[in-house]
Design a binder for this molecule. Sequence first.
Ligand SMILES: [Zn+2]
Length: 252
Amino acid sequence: MLFAWSFGVIGLLIGSFLNVVIYRLPRGESIAVPGSHCPACGHFLRPWELIPLLSFAGLRGRCRQCGAKISRRYPLVELGMGLLFFYTAWRASVVSLNLFSDLAFLSLLVALSFIDLDTMRLPDSLVVPLFLLGLVRALFLPVQPAFGYSVLGAVAAGGGFWLIARFYPRGMGFGDVKLAAALGAYLGFPKVFLAVFLASVGGSLWGGLMLALRKKSLKQQIPFGPYLALGAILTLYWGSLFMQRYVNVVGH
Ligand SMILES: [Zn+2]
């Protein structure tokens, strides 16, 4: 348990780092320099102001110098990453390259989701590493999917999304095509289609709800990246279980 808790703490710190990535990467700013500062007044954060969750609570969600409000999303991303890291390590129960691979997968997906929400874009500088991570993991680690199924997953999911983007360009951007291919490489064939299915269900339900509440109109685009990421995370955790049950049901 101590093992999982340590990873939970690492997750909080990674979440804090992802907040920087989510803010700076779409603006073309350096991730490393300058250090974290208030976007309103430029006040550089002291070390204690960088402590995940606690600093937000200590500052009561405001900049210490100018009083500008700090978005609630910062502590939420930190907490979310802490929980994801804790749960993933707890499931894995031993340190392995595969655990680190899964944690990198989750981190990239969370960063991509929020950047897509903010900007409607999925930057190549995150999607390409995600894609390579999937291929390299399948090639070198004794895990599912095997390399052939990783390539097949990338081609099938990427190809399917490419067709949709080509013939229904309003519904989907090319960034989604590349993300689908990357998820295919990581989750493999046929599991990636479970992720796509869950993403479509999630997207339709949420889109329908927003439409019903008149928060969005039919003309407004909704970013699909966060749904793909959510589908992929659920599939990473429970895809095998689901597939087993499903195949069993079909088999009997
Ligand atoms: Zn400030």
